[in-house]
Design a protein around this ligand. Sequence first.
Ligand code: PLP
Length: 223
Amino acid sequence: MSIKNNLQHIKTSIPNHVTLVAVSKTKPVSDIMEAYEAGHRIFGENKVQEMADKHKQMPKDIEWHMIGHLQRNKVKYMASFVRLIHGVDNFKLLQEINKQAKKHHRSIDCLFQIKIAEEESKFGMTAQEASDIITSEAFSELQNINITGVMGMATFTDNQTQIQQEFKTLKNTFDSLKLLKKTNFNPEIISMGMSGDYQLAIDCGSTMIRVGSSIFGSRNYSI
Ligand SMILES: *Cc1c(COP(=O)(O)O)cnc(C)c1O
């Protein structure tokens, strides 16, 4: 199957209200161009440098999403162009994104990463931590960021019931945070679901799926 066919297959199997982020991490520009030429415009990367390099080389109407764990000192390398940052999990990082966005006279959309998996290795905050940030006065001062929703990653397991429970937890967190009102908090996105579990995620309320290997094939990290 070609990249174009894979994309077409996924797009016809998901509802219209669900946004597909094509996760292109580790993949060469030529692969991404294939998806681009098939009409796709939204790509996700998990390393800032790699994303910035690709952004420089590629058409400027691409929406670049940062989906990986983000260090504060890297924000400046993508602040001019990044479309959505999925993995914000602490206030200091948010302050830095706001500062860099301000330098570029723009606002940057971000998602709060909520920890739904049981593994220690998955990043994210609790619903309470997210709520505490949103309701704080310091948050109101960040006028160059806009929190547009939540993101989560389920546990790496074959246990569908567990994955479903974790997705439901993220949906419930979204629904409860949605009751909070702030000018820079406008929740509409639930980013959950990857190649192996995006149908289940959509059934549980996902509005944005992040799919890599089902589009581009498996990744080789050794090169
Ligand atoms: C790599 C990655 C994906 C895509 O994973 P696939 O299983 O290849 O679809 C989705 N989300 C995040 C955060 C990732 O790092």
